[in-house]
Write a protein that binds this ligand. Sequence first.
Ligand code: SF4
Length: 304
Amino acid sequence: MSEQMPDIPFKSSILPKLLEEDTRIRFRCHTGISCFNACCKRADVTLAPYDIIRLKRRLGMSSTDFLAKHTVPFEMDADGLMGVKLKTDESGACLLLDGDKGCGVYTDRPTVCRYYPLGLLALHPKGATEDQQHYSMIVEPHCKGHEEDRELSIAEYRAEQGVQEYDDVNREWYQLLLKKRSAGPTVGRPPIASLQLFFLACYDIDRFRRFVLSDGFKGTYALDAEVYAMLERDDVALLRFGFRLLRQVLFGERTIDEQPAAWDKRAKERAPVWEARLEAEKRHWQEQQEARMREETTGKGEGA
Ligand code: SF4
């Protein structure tokens, strides 16, 4: 399962052959296949925001703990927009693999695992009015699923793998990435506070909730009490709200009503504090990651 991106082909300017919903593919994966689990033993899984919500619930932990224990951050673009990948062991095997039984979180597995061996490509061609969704085929030598005697359309494969729900929730995130990418230098490098807000809103949903329910946030944005109540109890609603907020913060779109004159006042008074706090949170998260890695290394050394 190497080099899968859920969407934006950040890594390459060369487009693979684009496939459509009605393209027919030959593929089947099942427990009896000779390569079963081989893809998970060389996992390179980039997580989309809804993947994290599903996985943290599945594992019964907060998003903050999930990120620290199960992911590694990486820069998705030259402006420092962060992504997260599932952590692997030294051999490259996904830590969520449950021995020979296969994926230990199968019904909550991430988007790229569901799509495999397809890659999902969200594009916004020059001059197009709407984003487009296409697919590409990933053919890796270890995968024998391509030799199986089964043919189906990509639409049928997507339905079988249950990706629709994931795509529906993640769609606005893909759009954000496309907009950021297509805006390029005209938007410039976002301030560090905006990059950190991107990380919080997209990945660390539980910490983002505390931020949204804080007095400082409520003093800035004019939301009804019912909206706050919904954001307090509903992860997906909060995630969608976060995507809207990011459009406002990253691109200056007025997607969320603000308290009268609050933005100017708050930006003037609080920007340095807000920036410092988010910077501290990022540092804290990175330190946690490093400490955990040190612990793991020490633990292995002791056990050897
Ligand atoms: S999450 Fe599951 S399907 Fe995806 S790489 Fe890990 S073990 Fe494999």
